[in-house]
Design a protein around this ligand. Structure first.
Ligand SMILES: Nc1ncnc2c1ncn2[C@@H]1O[C@H](COP(=O)(O)OP(=O)(O)OP(=O)(O)O)[C@@H](O)[C@H]1O
Length: 766
């Protein structure tokens, strides 16, 4: 019986694959690099010759040459590695031919089954350094659908997980493995549960994987071949500690483990937690003079807290032809700055991104951001791993919590041999961070730039008017204010982050710079445990300031003078752009920074007193930054502050000038009107009460008469009745002319008396 052709083809494929696997295994074993060896750097031409001699393509064959398996420890191209045809085809199709340094160093060790702890600069291609070994391992193990999960990749967040999964899809497209990106969120959990047991490759966040380990029936990870942890220093950090430990405890001990990050952990404790066995420590840039990408230019600028938004706005206006990623420290700040700037229309499309967004929304935003020039405001959800090509600028408006985060943030630009620029705003109170960045051991070539006050656009007033129009934004602004201070307060590095260095005036000016009419109260400090003594008590910022050092408080003379300047340009929003089209290479620095400082890398940061001094000559917006917390500030047409009472008078009166006499007249009038109203109300109330009383009495009277009438019919004499009524102390009605005469005997007389009484009463009240 002839077998169906497809079965024959399938068998042939199986046989071919089995042959290929045998060849690969033999090659991997015979040509593997010695432990601890690294390929020579590529820049050296003599090393290239040496590579060619040793066995690269130039040496006359891939895999086997002259009957011997070639060494692959020094090769430079993917197709010189002992990789399956499927992976090589995938790489070629995705456009990858030459290996990056980390790939050259890590892949040979990872392919021969060793555990690897890899560190390399941001954007240097670490993802392929673990995706390729993972695919190859499963392929050589002939992993199939019935084998379940064979590879787990842990990523700190869902965006990065999605990105890694895409690389698996691209490079592994010719393999038949199934896989999924398993990230948080309620949606999709049931679907995931239904399919996860049949998947081979899982790229997931630790929390979601743990959820499946606990909830999904038949979900078994006991056979996995390879565990990868990307952004290992973060995943092994406190935040994920419990989750990662729980996950790892459910994995088999015999497996390969690969750990990668731009800022690597070497903590023995951490490595023990994931049971790395005799790992290869590969830090390809450990000897490099910088830890950041070579194509990255980095600048720092000392900007007072209350000038940060002005500076950011001015920056955006000067870089309309760029793709800029802006980091802020909280979701609320991101939302606030994005919403407010959007209303102010800078002339470039704006986007925002934070962790509270749905995954699909985030994906859509990233896709849009990739399309053209725009500004993306983001929290640190974007700081690590995210790979967007051609980001021109990374601007850090808020100080990163440590050097590692700085490195990851700036690493969103200048990726894979591209060029890029990064700018960080540091408050004068955070100058310690600048010292740390500049320290030799940090290996961060950062240049100090002096702000060009001539180009600085003051937008606080514009923001304030936006907030008046959109009260929701005012609420958001308040929350952004509080959250920012909270984030500073909660940072552990008190050398850099110390709220006590900020004065009450700083906070008030900062609130004003966000367009807030009132400085929000900051109460969170007193609610924290382990609060340094100086912050304790029924705290508001006033008390914090008292413990600060005076020299750092009064950095800005404008604050001293209670003044924040305004450029007085009513046409601010629609001001014409400079003739030049601004882009990465057209000497922008001269626009935002003073010319004389561009080459200066060693200057001490100038005290921020310089900011805006020139435009002080122009019209001034006077804001009393010393006003007590909770005091509303209003402005007149001239930009002067006016007390709330004056603003009432202005609304009522016709003139432009605030007239004190008018105010008191208005108050006197209001008082008189109020008294009159009060009198009328009282009379009305009395009248109602009396009428009620009278009605009650008449009702009683009628009832009594009815009883009396009934009594006279039944029994007793008149004298008895008189006695009875008198003894009960009831009032009796008398005719004034016939005083003493008992009229109750006569019903007509009674009726007359009632009518008379009613008449009298109504007269009295009318
Ligand atoms: N061999 C290569 N040839 C060409 N491009 C490559 C190569 N390897 C990686 N890339 C590209 O370089 C970019 C950065 O790669 P990847 O995201 O893996 O960097 P990374 O080192 O993981 O960065 P980060 O530390 O920021 O996560 C990607 O766009 C990727 O496609």
């Amino acid at each position: 019986m002839r077998r169906p052709r497809s079965r024959v083809a399938a068998k042939q494929t199986r046989v071919r694959e089995a042959d290929e696997i045998r060849f690969l295994e033999a090659w991997i074993d015979a040509g593997k690099p010695a432990r601890g060896t690294r390929p020579p750097p590529l820049s050296n031409s003599s090393s290239k010759d040496a590579i060619a001699k040793k066995g690269g393509k130039g040496a006359g064959g891939v895999g086997k040459a002259a009957g011997k398996y070639t060494e692959y420890g020094d090769c430079t191209r993917f197709d010189e590695l002992p990789l399956s045809k499927k992976t090589k085809d995938g790489l070629r199709k995705a456009g990858y031919t030459e290996m990056s340094e980390i790939q050259r160093a890590a892949l040979p060790h990872a392919l021969c089954g060793r555990d690897v702890l890899g560190a390399a600069k941001t954007g240097s291609g670490k993802t392929l350094a673990f995706v390729i070994p993972a695919l190859e391992k499963l392929y050589r193990e002939r992993w199939g659908p019935e084998d379940g999960v064979g590879c787990i990749v842990l990523s700190p967040n869902k965006d990065l997980a999605g990105q890694i999964f895409e690389v698996f899809q691209n490079v592994g497209k010719f393999h038949g493995f199934s896989g999924a990106c398993i990230v948080g969120g309620r949606k999709g959990l049931d679907e995931e549960k239904a399919s996860i047991t049949g998947l081979n490759i899982l790229v997931c966040t630790p929390g979601r994987l743990l959820q499946h380990m606990g909830e999904t029936t038949n979900f078994d990870c006991s056979q996995i071949q390879i565990l990868v942890i990307d952004e290992a220093d973060q995943v092994l950090d406190k935040k994920f500690q419990q989750q990662v430990d729980d996950v790892v405890s459910q994995l088999p001990k015999v497996r390969q483990t690969l750990l990668f990050s731009a800022t690597q952990t070497k903590s023995v404790k951490d490595l023990a937690r994931v049971s790395l066995k005799d790992p290869e420590y590969i830090g390809v840039h450990a000897e490099a003079s910088t830890v950041t990408p070579d194509g990255l230019e980095q600048f720092a600028m000392i900007v007072p807290l209350e000038q940060k938004l002005n500076m950011l706005w001015s920056f955006i206006k000067r870089h309309l032809k760029s793709r800029t990623l802006v980091f802020l420290s909280s979701v609320k700040q991101v939302k606030f700055v994005y919403e407010v700037f959007k209303k102010l229309r800078p002339g470039i499309s704006l986007r925002c991104m934070h962790g509270r967004m749905k995954y699909e929304v985030q994906q859509a935003i990233v896709a849009e951001f990739k399309e053209g020039n725009s500004v993306l405001f983001s929290t640190d959800i974007f700081a690590r791993g995210l790979d967007i090509k051609d980001v021109d600028w990374v601007v850090q408006v808020d100080c990163p919590e440590n050097i590692a985060l700085y490195i990851h943030r700036v690493g969103r630009t200048a990726r894979y041999n591209k060029r890029g620029k990064a700018l960080i705003f540091l408050c004068p109170e955070e100058e310690k961070m600048l010292e740390k960045l500049k320290a030799a051991e940090s290996k961060i070539p950062i240049h100090i730039k002096k702000p060009n006050t001539e180009q600085l656009q003051q937008i606080s007033q514009n923001i304030a008017s936006v907030l008046v129009q959109y009260p929701n934004l005012q609420q958001l602004g308040k929350r952004a204010f509080v959250t920012y201070l909270k984030s500073v307060y909660l940072q552990s590095d008190k050398e850099v982050f110390d709220l006590s260095r900020f004065s009450m005036e700083n906070f008030a000016a900062y609130a004003a710079s966000l367009g807030l009419p009132v400085t929000p109260k900051i109460r969170f400090v007193s609610h924290r445990k382990n609060v340094p003594k100086k912050y304790m008590g029924d705290i508001d910022v006033k008390q914090m300031k008292r413990s600060s050092k005076p020299e750092v408080i009064e950095i800005n003379p404008q604050v001293k003078n209670n003044l924040i300047e305004d450029d007085g340009d009513d046409d601010f929003l629609y001001r014409k752009e400079p003739k030049t089209n601004v882009n990465m290479d057209d000497g922008l620095d001269n626009i935002l920074y003073p010319k004389e400082s561009t080459a200066d890398t060693n200057n001490e940061p100038e005290k921020v007193t310089q900011l805006g001094n020139k435009s002080m000559k122009k019209k001034k917006l006077k804001i009393n930054v010393h006003r007590p917390l909770g005091t509303r500030v209003k402005f007149d047409d001239e930009g002067n502050t006016i007390p709330p009472l004056a603003s009432i008078a202005e609304e009522v009166g016709s003139g432009d000038v605030i007239d004190k006499e008018k105010i008191s007249q208005r108050y006197a009038e209001m008082l008189r009107e109020m008294k009159e109203h009060d009198k009328e109300d009282k009379l009305e109330h009395k009248k109602i009460l009396r009428e009620k009383k009278l009605q009650k009495k008449l009702k009683l009277k009628r009832k009594r008469n009815e009883e009396l009438d009934a009594g006279s019919e039944d029994s007793g004499s008149e004298s008895d009745r008189d006695q009875n009524t008198a003894s009960r102390g009831k009032k009796r009605y008398f005719n004034s002319d016939d005083e003493g005469e008992d009229v109750s005997k006569d019903g007509d007389v009674l009726a007359q008396q009632e009518a008379l009484a009613l008449k009298l009463l109504s007269k009295m009240h009318s």
